[in-house]
Design a protein around this ligand. Structure first.
Ligand code: PLP
Length: 391
């Protein structure tokens, strides 16, 4: 749907299907599909005829979700997964073999960090981490064994902004660039247009938007890579999305634009409030002109998202006290939901980083992460205001 705007494609994107003229797609809750004859079955198995075999390989509800995501990320093809981590691990395994290196940005979602630093080395894959905000450091770290560069921008939770076009220039065309776009969704940023080969998502977050379904997706720039990922990795490793969850995600996507706009408006208001507060030492939000990645974010993204990190005056004790003083805002991991959620990366999502890394990468004991929800901004601010007063 290249000639339509984003909001329209979020509602109508993907191949038009008859589906008995139902406004919403049916949920094809079936594990297998039958064939009228062996000849027909052989045609489908040979990829010569259209059709479905088994839901681990494909399913009409999943296919519509994949087509819609490919359309929104402006990629060739998408592959749906049971979770963001299934998408990330399958994508990395599909691109790497023993002896190859994956180089990652130092600040990553906690489980991605563990997969890269602990899991992949068990299979003979070399791994490195560097500060990829610093392009000179990237230039020094890249070597002939580097096959994949993996990063998030903005990065979770410090909201580092990484220069995708700059990174592509340095790594050349032979290294695959895999970008986790979970934090801002394709509404605000489309990394495939900025040099990425694969965009991965935890669809559990903004794509779903309602905190009810786990899901993941990898959108590929290239059809061959998508086919390799789907038929050699997804179907064999088996991290397949449920058709019911695909349906929930399709429902979430329809309102992606209005939700992201409101998450962004609420986050900016909260960021301004926090920035002025005497008990807050530092606010990380790429929409604030003082954020080190602000200018780059303005060039690379169309909005700044709904995630904020802050450092409190008073360190660990203040952080713990603030969490216990909140009335409406929930202490919970995850992000992108309608509810405002707060978490403490040092003790929760990022606890697998070493103590030195936590300090060096800014994941320190005073850092809290807020996923700004869709409640009225005044109520979100008031809850934080009363909790900050109690410090
Ligand atoms: C949540 C998250 C993931 C993991 O996704 P799941 O759906 O929980 O498996 C990966 N990357 C980022 C940036 C996330 O926030």
């Amino acid at each position: 749907m290249k000639n339509k705007k984003f909001a329209t494609r979020a509602i109508h994107g993907g191949q038009e299907k008859e589906f008995a003229r139902a406004l919403n797609p049916p949920i094809f809750m079936t594990s297998t599909f039958s064939f009228p004859s062996l000849e027909q079955a052989e045609g489908v198995f040979d990829f010569q005829a259209p059709g479905y075999v088994y839901t681990r390989g494909n399913n009409p509800t999943l296919k519509l979700f994949e087509e819609r995501m490919a359309d929104l990320e402006e990629g060739a093809e998408a592959v749906a997964f049971a979770s963001g981590m299934a998408a990330i691990t399958s994508t990395l395994l599909s691109l790497l073999k023993p002896g190859d290196e994956v180089l990652a940005h130092r600040v990553l979602y906690g489980s991605s960090h563990r997969v890269i630093q602990e899991f992949l080395p068990r299979y003979g894959i070399k791994t490195g981490q560097a500060d990829l905000v610093n392009l000179q450091e990237l230039g020094k770290r890249i070597n002939p064994e580097t096959r994949v560069v993996f990063l998030e921008t903005p990065a979770n939770p410090t909201l580092d902004i990484l220069d995708l076009k700059g990174i592509r220039e340095i790594i050349g065309s032979e290294v695959a660039l895999v970008v986790d776009n979970t934090l801002v969704s394709p509404y605000w940023q489309r990394p495939l247009n900025l040099g990425a080969d694969v965009v991965v998502h935890s669809a559990t977050k903004y794509i779903s938007g309602h905190g009810d379904a786990l899901g993941g997706v990898a959108v590929c720039k290239d059809e061959d890579l998508a086919g390799h990922l789907k038929f050699n990795y997804l179907t064999e490793l088996g991290g397949v999305l449920s058709p019911f969850n695909a349906w929930l995600l399709l429902r979430g996507i329809k309102t992606l634009r209005v939700r992201m706009e409101e998450h962004g408006r609420n986050a900016l208001k909260l960021a301004h409030f926090l920035q002025e507060h005497p008990r807050v030492n530092k606010v990380y939000y790429p929409g604030l002109p003082g954020h080190p990645g602000h200018e780059l974010a303005r060039r690379q993204m169309e909005g700044f998202g709904g995630l904020i990190a802050l450092e409190l005056e008073g360190g660990a004790q203040a952080a713990r006290q603030l969490l216990s003083g909140l009335e409406m805002i929930k202490l919970a991991v995850s992000l992108g939901d309608t509810e405002t959620l707060i978490e403490y990366p040092f003790a929760m999502t990022h606890r697998d980083y070493s103590p030195d890394q936590l300090q060096e990468y800014g994941l320190n004991e005073s850092l809290l992460r807020i996923s700004v929800g869709l409640e009225d901004a005044e109520d979100i601010i008031r809850d934080l205001e009363q909790a900050l007063q109690g410090l």
